[in-house]
Design a protein around this ligand. Structure first.
Ligand code: 13P
Ligand code: SF4
Length: 366
């Protein structure tokens, strides 16, 4: 059953922003000791100011799990992040999402059913002898059900900071790796490991054998699901070239969800945490063009006014689904908690959580 976002009473939308902020601060004080607010780097400043912890998706889920005190963990991020937090959380903790439609379209591009079908097709076509020889790796940007599918088959989760390491581990373990849902993170990691292009195949959803010939699939070592992040697809190689023409000293750093054409000509690439660290550690006066979500880039501009930091693309690149979480949603959620009513809880069924946890723990052990 898809989750339905409850309607918020109309009077909330008549409140001035300053009033909403003041009421959230008050609710935080009312719920002190019972509440932990987590914020992903891509979340707007209107919510970021209330965060007890900020970070990338995995760091936040792990830090939340290490804090046994708070009963309510409000995750200002997207659905899969809240699911990971719920899987890693203690039994008494409840994970809540301010807006239930704050999802990740890329994660939605690989459903557990579609992935299972692709596996079946590969076995039936005789491309893999059995499922053991095809090791699944899923990016953390995936549903708990997909993580469970991976955990059940001895595969692993990965993040944007360890994808290369996890892929190397999977290639040692099996004959071939099936990587989902992000084609680009998968390709960038495979290229970094020196896998030749003829050994990388894209599995196109809805096409017979993913649009590949049996021969192509036999030769392939890495199969990539054709998912993508529409935010990171906006960064193009011409943006990199134009920036270099305008500012020859600029350092260009992009997220590995960008295409290999962009990553290949950027100076550096890395996860959201890696981008923040690189900018933080750079000298005063240094120039940066950053290829990732705009809220993170504008926050870096404010935090480091002594550096020239620009968004790599001349168009806004915003994670609009994460932006469905607005301060008014947080206030509504906290008002309900203060009144003893739990709303917008993200609960992964225990049979799914056990298997998904295996895939998460596999990653942590690599
Ligand atoms: P991180 O987990 O690296 O912060 O990224 C999550 C994400 O959705 C990137 O688009
Ligand atoms: Fe998903 Fe892209 Fe948003 Fe990250 S930026 S949460 S990958 S849609």
């Amino acid at each position: 059953m898809p989750l339905l976002q409850p309607d918020i009473e109309e009077e909330y939308f008549r409140l001035a922003e300053s009033e909403i902020f003041a009421r959230i601060f008050k609710r935080k004080r009312d719920l002190a000791g019972r509440l932990l607010i987590l914020c992903h780097h891509y979340q707007q400043d209107g919510l970021f100011q209330f965060a007890d912890l900020v970070g990338d998706s995995l760091k936040l889920a792990r830090e939340a799990a290490s804090m046994h005190g708070p009963e309510f963990i409000v995750f200002c991020g997207v659905h899969f992040m809240a699911e990971s937090a719920d899987i890693l959380a203690q039994k008494h903790q409840k994970v809540l999402l301010p807006h239930l439609y704050a999802g990740c379209p890329m994660a939605d591009m690989a459903t557990a059913g579609a992935v299972a079908m692709a596996y079946k097709d590969l076995v039936q076509a005789g491309i893999v002898i059995d499922e053991v020889t095809l090791v699944p790796v899923t990016y953390v940007n995936s549903s708990a059900a997909v993580k469970a599918f991976v955990g059940e088959r001895g595969g692993s989760v990965c993040t944007s900071s360890n994808a290369q390491r996890v892929l190397a581990w999977a290639l040692e373990k099996g004959e071939k790796v099936f990587f989902f849902p992000d084609e680009h993170l998968g390709r960038n990691s495979a290229i970094a490991l020196g896998i030749p292009p003829e050994q990388i195949c894209v599995w196109h959803r809805g096409e017979l054998l993913g649009g590949n010939s049996v021969d192509q699939l036999r030769k392939a070592r890495v199969l990539l699901w054709d998912g993508y992040c529409e935010v990171h697809m906006r960064f193009l190689p011409e943006h990199v070239r134009q920036f270099r023409l305008r500012a020859p000293e600029v350092q260009i750093m992009v997220h590995p969800e960008c295409s290999a054409d962009v990553v290949g000509i950027a100076d550096r690439y890395g996860s959201t945490e890696a981008i923040i660290t690189a900018v933080k550690e750079s000298a005063a006066g240094s120039q940066w063009a950053i290829g990732t979500e705009i809220n993170l880039v504008t926050r870096l501009q404010k935090q480091f006014p002594d550096k020239d930091i620009q968004l790599l693309a001349p168009i806004p690149c915003q994670c609009t689904t994460m932006d469905r979480n607005q301060p008014v949603n947080l206030l509504w959620l906290l008002d309900n908690l203060a009144a003893g009513k739990v709303v917008n809880q993200i609960r992964v069924p225990s049979e799914v959580a056990i298997k998904a946890l295996k895939a998460l723990e596999q990653m942590l052990s690599i």
